[in-house]
Design a protein around this ligand. Structure first.
Ligand SMILES: C[C@@](CO)(OP(=O)(O)O)[C@H](O)COP(=O)(O)OP(=O)(O)OC[C@H]1O[C@@H](n2ccc(N)nc2=O)[C@H](O)[C@@H]1O
Ligand SMILES: Nc1ncnc2c1ncn2[C@@H]1O[C@H](COP(=O)(O)OP(=O)(O)O)[C@@H](O)[C@H]1O
Length: 300
C-alpha cells in the first residue's frame, strides 16, 4: 500500500466540568465529548522519513516542525512498534486551529490510524488508544468519536449512546486561544473568588437528553466550566453567544477552551437559518453548520 487516507472529526464539549488543579498541572474532568461533522483528512504516503505538510484554510497557523501533533503521533507509533518507519503526512485542514474543537488531536488520531495501516502494523484499537492518551488528553476521543464521557485528564473514555442526531452551528473566531492559558485563567478566577472547587459530577439530565435525543433539554443543560475564563480572555465572545440565543438557539456555549462558540439548533433547517442570521447581523464573521454524533478517525 503506497498511501492511506483517514478522516477525523472535530468535537464540541456538551459538559465540561473541571475539578481542582492536580500536582501534575492537569485537572480532573468530567468531559462529555460529542464528535461533529467538521473533518480534517490525514493522508500518509510511503517515505524514508516522517514529514508533514498542511493544506486548507487554516494551514498557515499550523506548525510543520517536530511540534506538529501528527508527526509526534507517527513517531510515537513507530517507537511503540520498535522500528524506524517513514511517512509523508499530508493534512487537509477544515477544523479551526486552537479553536477548542480538538483539531490538533484529530490530526494526531488520523496519523495513528493511517500509519498503523500504511506500515502494516495491525495494532489493535486499544494500543492506539494508549498511545493517543500519552499524546494529549483529547486524542483518544478523536480516535473513538461518537459521544463519550472522559474522566481523568479526559483520556479515560466511556461511550454514551445517543438517541438521534443533533444539529449545531459553530461561530469561528479570529485567532485561537491556548488551552493551557484558559485552564490557568480558570484557576486564577477560582483563586480570586476563594471558591471551593467541587469534584466534577456527570449531569444526569444531560445524559438523559443525549439518550433520548431531546435537543431542547440538551440545549438547556449545556455547561462549560472554562467558559468564564475564555470570556475573560476574549470578552467579544459574550455578544456572539447572546446573539445566538436571540436567534433561537436552544443552547449557546463556548466550545471547550474556545474561542469557537457552539449553538444547538432545532434541526438542519434551523441550523442553516441560524448560521445565516449570525453572519448577516455581524454577530459572527464565519459560521459552519454541522451535525453529531459522527464516527471517530475512519479510513476512507
Ligand atoms: C479543553 C479541552 C476540552 O476537551 O480541549 P480544547 O477545548 O482545548 O480542544 C481539553 O481538556 C484539552 O485537551 P488537550 O488539548 O488534549 O490538552 P493537553 O495537550 O492534554 O494539555 C494542554 C494543557 O491543558 C491543560 N489541561 C489539559 C487537560 C486537563 N484535563 N487539564 C489541564 O489542565 C494543562 O495545562 C496542559 O498542559
Ligand atoms: N496538526 C495540528 N493541527 C493544529 N494545531 C496543531 C497541530 N499540531 C500542533 N498544533 C498546535 O496545537 C495548538 C492547539 O491546536 P488545536 O488542537 O487546534 O486547538 P484546541 O486545543 O483549542 O482544540 C495550535 O496552536 C498549534 O500550534
Amino acid at each position: 500500500m503506497s498511501s492511506v487516507t483517514v478522516r477525523v472529526p472535530a468535537k464540541v464539549n456538551v459538559q465540561l466540568s473541571v475539578g481542582p488543579l492536580r500536582e501534575d498541572g492537569y485537572h480532573d474532568l468530567v468531559n462529555v465529548f460529542h464528535a461533529v461533522s467538521i473533518f480534517d483528512e490525514v493522508m500518509a504516503k510511503e517515505s524514508e522519513s516522517i514529514t508533514v505538510a498542511v493544506h486548507g484554510k487554516w494551514s498557515d497557523q499550523v506548525p510543520v516542525d517536530d511540534s506538529n501533533l501528527a508527526i509526534r503521533a507517527a513517531r510515537a507509533l513507530a517507537k511503540h512498534a520498535g522500528r524506524t518507519y517513514g511517512a509523508d503526512l499530508i493534512i487537509q485542514k477544515a477544523i479551526p486551529v486552537a479553536g477548542g474543537m480538538a483539531g490538533g488531536s484529530a490530526d494526531a488520531a488520523g496519523a495513528l490510524v493511517a500509519c498503523n495501516e500504511l506500515w502494516g502494523l495491525g495494532l489493535p484499537f486499544e494500543d492506539l488508544m494508549e498511545i493517543a492518551g500519552d499524546l494529549g488528553s483529547d486524542v483518544p476521543f478523536s480516535l473513538l468519536g461518537g459521544t463519550a464521557v472522559g474522566t481523568g485528564r479526559g483520556e479515560q473514555l466511556s461511550e454514551l449512546p445517543t438517541g438521534g442526531t443533533f444539529h449545531w452551528v459553530f461561530a469561528l473566531a479570529n485567532g485561537g486561544l491556548s488551552t493551557a492559558t484558559v485552564y490557568a485563567e480558570c484557576d486564577r478566577l477560582r483563586e480570586a473568588a476563594a471558591a471551593d472547587v467541587p469534584w466534577p459530577q456527570l449531569d444526569d439530565t444531560l445524559m438523559e437528553a443525549l439518550g433520548t435525543g431531546d435537543a431542547y433539554s440538551l440545549g438547556a443543560h449545556l455547561s462549560n466550566d472554562l467558559q468564564a475564563a475564555a470570556l475573560n480572555l476574549r470578552p467579544e465572545l459574550a455578544p456572539t453567544l447572546d446573539a445566538g440565543r436571540q436567534h433561537g438557539a436552544l443552547g449557546a456555549i463556548v466550545s471547550g477552551s474556545g474561542p469557537t462558540c457552539a449553538f444547538l439548533a432545532i434541526d438542519a433547517t434551523h441550523a442553516r437559518d441560524l448560521a445565516q442570521s449570525l453572519t448577516a447581523t455581524g454577530a459572527a464573521h464565519t459560521t459552519v453548520a454541522a451535525h453529531g454524533p459522527v464516527h471517530g478517525a475512519t479510513l476512507v
